[in-house]
Design a binder for this molecule. Structure first.
Ligand code: NAP
Ligand code: HSE
Length: 321
């Protein structure tokens, strides 16, 4: 039985979910995968905040204490580009594997970070960075490796979909629906990234790179920040719903990517995706059309994706016995 020590950076919505889920599943993982995964330290900003279920002796506000000590895998759940980027760069330089849910960081500096991981002979797991609990990264990286992907379309932001659903089903206006999405822990620390469309665009860039490789991207992004209840009612009168849809397709000269609000007929496969759920439709030349759907945001669904990366790295990599 190999012991795998985790340095956890961040104990917010996803970090707490990761600690909870690991506590529930640790014995099962020991039996199934032959690794004993334990959280050794947890980085937070405020060590005095009440955190039910978290052992206070694990908390630290000193990043270097965690990045430079004997952890095998650094799990980055801090979010944002600046501090998180510095933490991940240091972890990789120290020869530690990294698991992250941070699409903003990957969209900003992914190529540099993967090059650093390769130089340092470590891995970066990022399943949780796109579509929360849906294993879409693994599907594209492994399951569809034998096919040529022609297009990707889907709902990639749980906050936007939750807002549009609440406006449609509960007759809320935008601000009230956004407040609920924040309370449920779906929104980014800066919710303008969700409602402005940038979060979905970051995820689309990650999926596009996996599906099509590095190519020139022509991207257009529109959000849902100006959607009104009247617009949703008008769509309903036409037997349609409003959804925030991301698409990527190969065109001559590169990849065309669009993130935009669309009115979809009620019978459209994406029209039935509600609440914080996401969906991705992939068209492959050999497999035809595949659809993946499930929870795209939230504590435990996202933590499940993080833990799957930790297990994959722990079970496949050579680490200290
Ligand atoms: P969150 O609730 O805001 O939690 C962030 C955590 O990081 C908090 O514990 C915070 O400490 C800590 N932190 C932030 N900046 C720090 C710094 N400079 N130094 C030390 N600690 C710092 O965020 P979250 O929703 O869990 O999201 C984390 C990551 O997962 C983000 O990249 C996000 O995009 C991604 N993600 C989130 C979801 C979701 O449903 N929420 C789903 C998929 C992916 P304090 O607790 O002391 O404030
Ligand atoms: N804020 C993101 C969303 C979290 O709502 O989809 C999941 O990546």
């Amino acid at each position: 039985m190999r012991r795998i020590n985790i340095g956890l950076l961040g104990c917010g919505t996803v970090g707490r979910g990761f600690v909870d889920l690991l506590a529930r599943e640790r014995e099962r993982i020991r039996g199934r995968d032959g690794v004993d995964i334990a959280v050794r330290r947890i980085l937070v900003r405020d060590a005095d905040k009440p955190r039910p279920g978290i052992n206070p002796s694990l908390l630290s506000t000193a990043a270097l204490d965690i990045l430079d000590d004997g952890c095998d895998i650094i799990v980055e759940l801090v979010g944002g580009v600046h501090s998180a980027g510095a933490f991940v760069r240091r972890a990789l330089a120290n020869g530690k594997h990294v698991v992250t849910a941070n699409k903003a960081l990957l969209a900003d500096s992914g190529r540099e970070l993967f090059a650093s991981a390769e130089r340092n002979r470590v891995r970066i797991g990022f399943e949780a960075s796109v579509c929360g609990g849906i294993p879409i990264v693994r599907a594209l990286r492994l399951g569809l490796a034998g096919d040529r992907i022609e297009s990707i379309s889907g709902i990639l932001n749980g906050t936007c979909n939750y807002i549009l659903t609440r406006m449609e089903q509960d007759d809320l206006e935008f601000d009230g629906a956004l407040r609920l999405a924040k309370e449920r822990g779906f929104a980014e620390a800066d919710s303008a990234l969700d409602v402005g469309g940038e979060d979905a665009a970051q995820k689309l860039r990650i999926l596009g790179e996996l599906a099509f490789g590095p190519q020139h991207v022509n991207m257009r992004v529109h959000g849902i920040g100006d959607v009104t209840h009247a617009e949703i009612e008008q769509a309903r009168a036409r037997r349609c719903v409003v959804r925030h849809v991301a698409t990527a397709r190969q065109v001559g000269g590169g990849i065309e990517m669009r993130v935009e609000r669309r009115e979809l007929p009620e019978f459209h496969p994406l029209a039935g995706i509600r609440d914080e759920n996401n969906a991705v439709v992939i068209r492959g030349r050999a497999v035809g059309e595949l659809m993946f759907q499930g929870k795209g945001a939230g504590s435990l669904p996202t933590a499940a994706a993080v833990l799957s990366d930790v297990i994959e790295i722990a079970a496949c990599s050579t680490m200290t016995p």
